[in-house]
Ligand binder design. Structure first.
Ligand SMILES: Cc1cc2nc3c(=O)[nH]c(=O)nc-3n(C[C@H](O)[C@H](O)[C@H](O)COP(=O)(O)OP(=O)(O)OC[C@H]3O[C@@H](n4cnc5c(N)ncnc54)[C@H](O)[C@@H]3O)c2cc1C
Ligand SMILES: Cc1cc2nc3c(=O)[nH]c(=O)nc-3n(C[C@H](O)[C@H](O)[C@H](O)COP(=O)(O)O)c2cc1C
Length: 580
C-alpha cells in the first residue's frame, strides 16, 4: 500500500503518517512519501491512498511536480491498473478553489483509467476536518480491503498499541538537538512595535517589525515567505507538564515499538519541557477522536458521560461538539483542566497531539536594501480566549514578539509559488491591496521599486490600498509609506474602519477609485491582494467584479469569468491566509 501526501503545513502529512502507521500495525506493507516522489511511477499493483491540500487553487510544494505530470498529455490508459482513493484537506473559506487540487488528482487519475476504490473524501479545516477524515477513512478502508480480495481489516487501532512508552532517566542526561525541516538559525536584529502605544488614542493591539540576519547561503526575492519554527509559551508548557505530574525540567526517554513511525525524538533523554515547547501543538481544537480517547481514560462516573456526550454520531452530540468545542476552540488541555478527573496518561497525550507546525510570514523587505537581512511584519494574536478561560495567545506570533535582539530563531525562506512577484518589467502597472499585516509584501515591493528607480529604471504606475482601524493607532509604516508616495514610487490610498466618519474598508476605496483602477487594468495591470483570505479577499474580488460589470456592461457570469481568467494569467494574484 502506498500512502502519498501533498502538504505544506503538515495536516495532510500527519493524516497520511497516521494512516500509514495504522495500516502497518494491521499487517499491510506500506510506503509513505510526498506525491512528488512518485512522478511518472504510480504502482500498477496494490493501492494508493492520496491525501492532499490546496493552496489558492495550486498544489502544496511537495505535490507540484506530481500535479503538473497529471496535467500533461498522458495516454488514455496511463493508469489502467492503478487503484486509489483520495482525501482532500481544504478550507471552504477558499470557496472558488475549495478542494481544487484533490479534485483534479481524482479526475485525472480516473480519466486515465485508474479505479477509485472509494469516492473522494473532503475535509474542511473551517469545521471538523479530523472528524470528517475519521468518518471517511474506515469506510474507504473497508471497501478497499474487499477490492483487494483480502480479509485483513483495520480492527487493530493505534490505541491498541500505544506508540510511545516512557522511561524516566537521570536529570543530567544530555539532549541532542533535533534538526527541524530545513530550518536554520537566524539572529534577530530588530524587534520593534509598529502600533502606536502612546498619545490620547493608543492601540491595544501589537504588530511587530522583526528583522533577522540571513546566513550567507540563504537568499530571497520580494514576495517570498519566511517560515518560522515556533515554541510554545513557557507558562503554558509549565501548566501542561504539571497537569501530568511532571516539572518541565524532568527528563524522560520515549521508547517506540520497532517498525512504528514516530515523529517525536525517541531513544534519547529529553526534558518534558522541551518536548512540550518544541515538538507539539498544545492549543489546537480538540477533535472528537481525541475526546473519545480522553473518555476511554476516564473512570469517574460523573465525568465520563460528559466527555462521551461530545463524540457520538447523533445530531445533538455533533451539535454539542460544534458549539462547545469547535465554537469555543477548546483544546485537549482546556478539557483536561475542565475535567480534572480524566486520567489521560502522558504518553497517550503526546501521541494524540500534532507536530508543532512552522508558520509562514510574508517577507516585508527587499534584498536590494540589504541582501543579508530580511524583515517580517507580525500581527500578535492575543485576546480573551474563546473558551472563556484566560487569555489566548497565538503560538508563533507571541514567540517572535518575545524574542530580543541577538536571540536566535529557526526559520527558512520559502519561495512564493503563487505568481506573487513583481513583474520583471517595472513599467507594467501594479495595483496592491493589503490591509493590516497584508501590507507586508508590498513594503518589499516598494523598496524594490525605489532601489530600481535609483538605478535608472522607469516605473509604471502603482496604486497601494492600505486599510487599518485608525490613523493614530495601526497605520503600519506610515511615515515610510507617505515618503514612498511623495517620491512617486506608488500612489497611496487608505481606508480607516474606526476613525471619524463611516467605517471604510479597502474594497470601498477601491470602488471609489474605479476609474483609475480600470484604466490601469486596461493597461495590463497586475492586481495583488494580501492578508485575510476569509472575508477581505472575497470582498475585494467582488468590488473588482462590480467595476468590470460597470465598465464593460457585462453580466455577473462574464465578470466572474473575467476575474478567474485574470487569476489564471497571474494578473490577479493572492498571498492570503485564514483570518482570526
Ligand atoms: C502564506 C501565508 C502568509 C502569511 N503572512 C503573514 C504575515 O505577513 N503577517 C502575519 O502576521 N501573519 C501572516 N500569516 C499568518 C501566520 O502564518 C500565522 O497564522 C499567525 O501569525 C498566527 O499564528 P500563531 O502561531 O501566532 O497563532 P496560532 O497558535 O496558530 O493560533 C491561531 C488560531 O487561533 C485562533 N484564535 C485566534 N484568537 C483566538 C481566541 N481569542 N481564542 C481562541 N482561539 C483564537 C485563530 O482562529 C486561529 O485558528 C501568513 C500565513 C500564510 C499561510
Ligand atoms: C494560503 C492558503 C491558501 C489556501 N487555499 C486553499 C484553496 O484554494 N482551496 C482549499 O480547499 N483550501 C485552501 N487552503 C486550506 C488548506 O488546504 C487546508 O488548511 C489544509 O488542511 C492544509 O493542509 P497542509 O497543512 O497539509 O498543508 C488554503 C490555506 C492557506 C493557508
Amino acid at each position: 500500500m502506498l500512502v502519498l501526501y501533498g502538504s505544506n503545513l503538515g495536516t495532510a502529512e500527519e493524516l497520511a503518517t497516521r494512516m500509514a502507521d495504522l495500516a502497518e500495525i494491521n499487517g499491510f506493507a506500506v510506503h509513505l512519501g510526498p506525491l512528488d516522489d512518485f512522478v511518472g511511477k504510480l504502482p500498477q499493483q496494490g493501492g494508493v491512498l492520496i491525501i492532499c491540500a490546496s493552496y489558492n487553487g495550486a498544489p502544496p510544494d511537495n505535490a507540484t511536480e506530481f500535479v503538473k505530470w497529471l496535467g500533461e498529455d498522458l495516454p488514455q490508459d496511463a493508469f489502467v491498473n492503478v487503484r486509489y482513493a483520495v482525501f482532500g484537506c481544504g478550507n471552504s473559506d477558499w470557496a472558488a478553489t475549495y478542494q481544487s487540487v484533490p479534485r483534479f488528482i481524482d479526475e485525472q487519475l480516473s480519466k486515465h483509467g485508474a479505479r477509485a476504490v472509494y469516492p473522494r473524501g473532503e475535509g474542511d479545516a473551517r469545521s471538523d476536518l479530523d472528524g470528517q477524515f475519521q468518518k471517511w477513512f474506515p469506510a474507504a478502508a473497508q471497501v478497499a480491503t474487499k477490492e483487494f480480495g483480502i480479509d485483513w481489516n483495520f480492527t487493530r487501532t493505534a490505541e491498541d498499541d500505544p506508540l510511545y512508552a516512557i522511561e524516566p532517566v537521570a536529570v543530567t542526561a544530555v539532549n541532542t538537538i533535533v534538526a527541524q525541516g530545513g530550518a536554520v538559525a537566524m539572529k534577530v536584529l530588530v524587534n520593534d512595535e509598529l502600533q502606536n502605544k502612546s498619545g490620547p488614542n493608543p492601540s491595544e493591539r501589537s504588530t511587530r517589525h522583526i528583522e533577522v540576519q540571513l546566513p550567507v547561503n540563504v537568499s530571497y526575492r520580494v514576495g517570498d515567505h519566511l517560515s518560522v519554527v515556533p515554541r510554545n509559551d513557557p507558562t503554558l508548557v509549565d501548566s501542561v507538564a504539571r497537569r501530568f505530574g511532571f516539572l518541565p525540567a524532568d527528563q524522560i526517554k520515549l521508547q517506540v515499538a520497532e517498525g512504528r513511525r514516530a515523529q517525536l525524538p525517541v531513544g534519547e533523554a529529553v526534558s518534558v519541557g522541551r518536548l512540550l515547547s518544541e515538538f507539539v501543538e498544545l492549543q489546537q481544537v480538540a477533535t472528537r477522536k481525541q475526546i473519545q480517547i480522553m473518555a476511554e481514560h476516564t473512570r469517574c462516573p460523573v465525568t465520563k458521560p460528559k466527555l462521551v456526550a461530545f463524540v457520538g454520531e447523533e445530531p445533538e452530540m455533533l451539535e454539542r461538539y460544534r458549539s462547545e468545542i469547535l465554537g469555543k476552540r477548546k483544546s485537549v488541555f482546556d478539557l483536561l483542566l475542565e475535567y480534572p478527573a480524566c486520567e489521560l496518561p502522558f504518553h497517550v497525550y503526546l501521541e494524540m497531539l500534532s507536530l508543532l507546525a512552522p508558520r509562514y510570514y510574508s517577507i516585508s523587505s527587499s534584498p536590494s536594501v540589504d541582501p543579508a537581512r530580511c524583515s517580517v511584519t507580525v500581527g500578535v494574536v492575543e485576546g480573551p480566549a474563546a473558551s472563556g478561560r484566560g487569555v489566548y495567545k497565538g503560538i508563533c506570533s507571541n514567540y517572535i514578539a518575545n524574542r530580543r535582539t541577538g536571540d536566535t530563531v529557526y526559520a527558512t525562506v520559502r519561495e512564493t509559488k503563487a505568481g506573487f512577484r513583481l513583474p520583471d518589467d517595472l513599467s507594467v502597472p501594479i495595483i496592491m491591496i493589503g490591509p493590516g499585516t497584508g501590507l507586508a509584501p508590498f513594503r518589499g515591493f516598494l523598496q524594490e521599486r525605489a532601489a530600481r528607480k535609483a538605478k535608472g529604471a522607469s516605473l509604471g504606475p502603482a496604486m497601494l490600498f492600505f486599510g487599518c482601524r485608525h490613523p493614530d493607532q495601526d497605520f503600519l509604516y506610515a511615515d515610510e509609506l507617505k515618503a514612498l508616495a511623495a517620491s512617486g514610487i506608488t500612489e497611496l490610498f487608505t481606508a480607516f474602519s474606526r476613525a471619524d466618519g463611516p467605517k471604510t474598508y479597502v474594497q470601498h476605496v477601491l470602488a471609489a477609485q474605479k476609474d483609475k483602477v480600470w484604466l490601469l487594468i486596461e493597461q495590463g495591470a497586475i492586481i495583488y491582494v494580501c492578508g485575510d483570505g476569509g472575508k477581505m479577499e472575497p470582498d475585494v474580488k467582488a468590488a473588482l467584479v462590480a467595476i468590470h460589470r460597470e465598465k464593460n456592461g457585462s453580466d455577473a457570469a462574464a465578470a466572474t469569468r473575467w476575474i478567474e481568467e485574470m487569476g489564471a494569467h497571474n494578473r490577479y494574484v493572492l498571498d492570503v491566509w485564514a483570518g482570526g
